[in-house]
Design a protein around this ligand. Structure first.
Ligand code: PEP
Ligand code: MN
Length: 338
């Protein structure tokens, strides 16, 4: 349930409400808006309803959050969450253009991609060092060496880096390099990993599982936020359907649905959604038009020789033209990339 404080409620009044909530073993999550403070109370429903919080000084009203996800819901936080990653922002009018290779392969490959992304106005560099591959015999990524190559590309270009963590045991090492920790689609419901990420002070990019509903994605985000880390960026990357023309089916409606249901930023990954280079631009444009807070796409200096996902990777030499088209539409929607 949610306690809406009166405008001008004092810190003592807020602390008192928090103490009453915690007395019964429930958790209190404070969200300070420009004018009013909201306190989300998560715990036993019966016990919470029995608490006479409306009688506490400074409380305006108490309302139930009916959705199964609470902290990530719009009810809990009406304003968009804006996440700062180094000197760039995502959400609330800030658009992220994230690009880079599927997998880190060589220092030169990452640097070439990073320079092109930076020059074209991209805001972050993506690249996997720990790769979740369908086949156990496929290239599994360079691990820590790959993280070092990403960090070197960040040092040169200034682009923050987004990279995947698959296993809670690798969390410290990956968090030591990454600016944004990616949870891949296959791990969306790895609840132990999500809870550990929730204890960090670093943004998480949470990709929708190939067979997950929008509600399940939001519940997965709730696992992270519940532990204290509020910086979660959601990502629609295509779901499994009967259609075979594309690798997955991009659920573009997920973007406005999530914007209505949640305050968290939502990105679109047209590369994994389609598996097709020729669909990356049109679906990036649809993502912008649908209200996405960013796109994350794959680009490789030599897609023909990529160790992973070559057919869906934009050749790096074509990235500037792609980015110009996307950023033109972003500007038209009134969003910025800073
Ligand atoms: C990726 O972004 O590198 C990736 C593996 O994507 P997904 O988890 O969406 O399949
Ligand atoms: Mn990939």
């Amino acid at each position: 349930m949610m306690v809406i404080m009166q405008e001008g409620a004092t810190e003592e009044q807020i602390a008192h409400v928090v103490a009453r909530i915690e007395e019964i073993g429930a958790a209190a999550h404070i969200s300070k808006g420009e004018r009013v403070t909201l306190i989300g109370a998560i715990g036993d429903r019966e016990e919470l309803t029995g608490l006479p919080l409306e009688a506490c000084p400074g409380v305006d009203r108490v309302v139930a959050i009916l959705k199964p996800y609470k902290l990530v819901s719009r009810e809990f936080r009406p304003a968009d969450t804006v996440i700062t990653v180094r000197d760039t922002k995502v959400g609330g009018g800030h658009f992220a253009l994230i690009a880079g290779p599927c997998s880190v392969e060589t220092p030169d490959q990452v640097l070439t991609a990073a320079r092109a992304v930076k020059a074209a106005g991209g805001t972050m560099l993506r690249g996997g060092a720990f790769k979740p591959r369908t086949s156990p015999y496929a290239f599994q990524g360079l691990g820590v060496d790959g993280l070092k190559m990403m960090a070197a590309a960040r040092d040169e270009t200034g682009l923050p880096i987004v990279t995947e963590v698959m296993d809670p045991r690798d969390l410290d090492i990956v968090a030591g390099y990454a600016d944004v920790l990616q949870v891949g689609a296959r791990n969306m419901q790895n609840f132990l990993l999500l809870a550990e990420l929730g204890k960090l002070n670093k943004p998480v990019l949470l990709k929708r599982g190939p067979s997950a509903t929008i509600e399940e994605l939001l519940m997965a985000a709730e696992y992270i936020v519940k532990e204290g880390n509020r910086d979660v960026i959601l990502c629609e990357r295509g779901i499994r359907t009967f259609e075979t023309a594309t690798r997955n089916t991009l659920d573009i409606a997920a973007v406005p649905i999530i914007k209505l249901a949640s305050h968290l930023p939502i990105l679109v990954d047209p590369s994994h959604a389609t598996g097709r280079l020729d669909l990356v631009l049109p679906l990036s444009l649809s993502a912008v038009a649908a209200g996405a807070d960013g796109v994350i796409v794959e680009t490789h200096p030599n897609p023909e020789h990529a160790l992973c996902d070559g057919p869906q990777s934009l050749p790096t030499e074509a990235f500037a033209e792609y980015a110009a088209r996307v950023l033109e539409l972003v500007a038209w929607t009134g969003k910025t990339t800073v």
